[in-house]
Design a protein around this ligand. Sequence first.
Ligand code: PLP
Length: 392
Amino acid sequence: MDRLVYMDNSATTPVKKEVLDAMLPYFSEAYGNPSSIYKLGRESKQALEESREIIAKHLNAKPRELFFTGSGTEADNWAVKGVAYGNRSKGNHIITSKIEHHAILHTCEALEKQGFEVTYLDVDKYGMVNVEDLKKAIKDETILISIMFANNEIGTIQPIKEIGKIAKEKNIYFHTDAVQAMGHLKIDVEELNIDLLSMSGHKLYAPKGTGALYIRTGVKIDTFIDGGAQERRRRAGTENIPGIVGMAKAVEIAYSDLEESNKKLIRLRDSLIKKIQDNIGHTVLNGHPTERLPGNVNISFEFIEGESLLLSLDMVNIAGSSGSACTSGSLDPSHVLMAIGLTHEVAHGSLRLSLGDFNTEEEIDYVVEKLIGIVDRLRMMSPLYEKAKEVK
Ligand code: PLP
């Protein structure tokens, strides 16, 4: 294959042609500052508010409850720190899970240094939070529950509706990091009792550096970025109009044929999993067998180093990831794979292939064919594999 086979769509996605087309005028023709009162500014303002309406509609939220940010990470930071600081007089306890993205985990760790108490819930072997554990962890001082909608590494989708119900009954704010879910799963903040929700543009075919935080009306939350009066005085900084317009267009496209595109993704996903497992021994599928993101495949190959696997795949034009994009570059095994109970060795041999709208069955066959050869070659160099074969 002389073109790149891109299977790292959970790390980022290309900007779709229609998204780019929608954005282009806002770079050079309709470049006004939305805060300016003349026509050019008003045009930008109109694009901003239309984008807000589009995204809010797909969450079943009100436009005034959606605030644009510079990334999913910023939205996560704002949700957790903003609620923590804004509700300090009520309590100092936060509940989250051990498999959250670092945008949540490191934020919680920063808050712990400031006197907040954080409970990090365990997950089961599929990466699922247990709602009974959640109920037990709640205290009088609990002000926030933050549980991700779907995991970026293993794709497991959490029981968001049940968690939202518990939070509502206990009068505790519920935040969900929906960066991996937005544009891939149906999300209704009313039905799911979500009070705060983070999203990011570049996971759904919009540009990097775009994000949003949904904040339910009435939620007490501190401002995170001080400055001008943008975003109803709650998030200062001149709005990234082209990026926001692109994100709204991407959301619109994603939800216009959600069922069809998910059907295709699930077919490709399940085919990839089956073909790998049918052709390569000593593999473990990580994540939930059914409650998982339509495009997520995460498999551990025993007796193999994930980094060597990635480099070998790169040499034959295949892009994947060994865990989360943010952790590759470090030799620590992924915190998510550790939390679901894998040993260091097995976790190190994990490969995430995340499928997107542009992948094909032909690519699946190409990847499987290459994987068979690469895994075989790498295992031949592994003394542990030799030993395992002797035992058998
Ligand atoms: N949360 C999750 C679950 C993610 O997967 C990511 C990105 O990988 C983020 C948050 C951060 O989003 P962004 O890259 O827009 O900062």
